[in-house]
Design a binder for this molecule. Structure first.
Ligand SMILES: *Cc1c(COP(=O)(O)O)cnc(C)c1O
Length: 375
């Protein structure tokens, strides 16, 4: 069976974990944490990076930092992971779901302004498959209406919008190192802070509502409880694992790109014959080869294709179910139809995509697709 995902190990993970353990400092915010954070700040031009235990945690920190409270409205795409919404729901916010673009699962920036009310506090964008949303338009809207922008860049490491790294554009941004992402630490995440005003408070929220980080830098003589917060920081064991991955980011990205390009080339024929749709890349966006998906004609066709591929030992999987129609939110949603989101929910199919997938396997998979669509 060709799995959908297989976590890639660089080989240095256990060595760095041993170093972290031997150092005697295995709780959070140690040397490996600092190395990983500096890496993000320097490579992606992020003002301040804080490692977290997950992207979910980073999103929850973002909601606390923005002082989201009961009755605030947050605009975000419906085609996303639950954590994007849940983080704001936990603070009492109402989610105003926006539709995707007709040709891409990303939020349709032309549909945002009509959703803004006096209660709107933030726009949360999700760079689906690591492909940038139209950030100039979105930041322009935020400036005009005095809103914050959070980038859910969980899938978007090392991807760019007009030469700016994703995660460096919004006021805040979040990354994931879950084992299904390009760069992994099992579970893991990062909060990127691009507004100076948030940095001090972010460190406090990160450290259980205390000014401990500042204490350890020698800036204050004792640490105290100064705000709300939680235990958002991962241990050095996780950071050590992550560092082994970040060191090899260029190798990892290059290999994934090779696989992505091979899929794209081999499926072009089927796309020309209108049998399936291939991912579209706007010219302002780069591709970080996080995911390779196709868009089928219908839910029925997709189900048949999944079963066909499974029969031939290939694991292909669909993705998000529209959040506005979820059991938890359907009654809270205002009833607007989000047709593009529903289409991607029904028709999008992700093919196996991982570092160790070799090009022969890609060919085997694309041959199967040709067989399926033969007549
Ligand atoms: C993976 C993912 C998350 C959650 O990341 P965790 O690190 O598992 O919490 C959130 N949003 C999006 C868009 C994701 O792809």
């Amino acid at each position: 069976m060709i799995p959908f995902n297989k976590p890639f190990l660089t080989g240095k993970e256990t060595q760095y974990i041993e170093e972290a353990v031997a150092s005697g400092k295995i709780s959070g915010n140690g040397d490996f944490t600092k190395k990983c954070q500096s890496f993000f700040e320097e490579k992606f031009n992020i003002k301040k990076a804080l490692l977290t235990s997950s992207c979910t945690d980073a999103l929850e920190m973002a909601a606390i930092l923005l002082n989201i409270k009961e009755g605030d409205e947050i605009i975000m795409p419906s085609f996303t992971f639950v954590s994007t919404a849940n983080a704001f729901i936990l603070r009492g916010a109402k989610i105003i779901f926006a539709d995707s673009k007709p040709y891409h699962p990303n939020i349709d920036e032309t549909k945002i302004e009509s959703l803004i009310t006096s209660k709107t506090k933030a726009i949360v964008v999700v760079h689906y498959a690591g492909v940038a949303c139209e950030m100039d338009t979105i930041m322009g809207l935020a400036n005009k209406h005095n809103l914050f922008v959070v980038e859910d860049a969980a899938q978007a490491i090392d991807s760019y919008y007009k030469n700016k790294a994703l995660g460096s554009i919004g006021h805040l941004a979040t990354f994931s190192f879950h084992e299904t992402k390009n760069i992994i630490s099992g579970e893991g995440g990062l909060l990127a802070i691009n507004e100076k005003q948030f940095i001090d408070r972010a460190e406090i929220i990160w450290e259980k509502g205390t000014n401990r980080a500042s204490f350890f830098r020698g800036e204050i003589s004792k640490y105290n409880w100064v705000d709300i917060g939680s235990s958002f920081l991962p241990s050095e064991v996780i950071a050590a694992f992550l560092w082994a991955q970040l060191e090899l980011i260029d190798v990892i990205q290059k290999k994934r790109q090779l696989i992505w390009d091979a899929y794209y080339d081999k499926l072009r024929g089927l796309s020309d014959k209108k049998k399936l749709k291939l991912p579209l890349l706007p010219d302002f966006a780069t591709n970080n080869a996080h995911m390779f998906y196709i868009v089928c004609e219908s839910l029925e066709e997709r189900a048949k294709l999944i079963a066909y591929l499974k029969l031939h030992n290939v694991s292909a999987v669909f993705h998000y179910l529209s959040l506005h129609e979820s059991p938890f939110y359907i009654e809270k949603h205002d009833g607007r139809k989000l047709v593009n989101c529903d289409d991607f929910s029904d028709n999008l199919l992700r093919l196996p995509m991982f570092f160790e997938l070799d090009l022969d396997q890609v060919e085997l998979i694309t041959n199967r697709l040709e067989q399926f669509y033969k007549d």
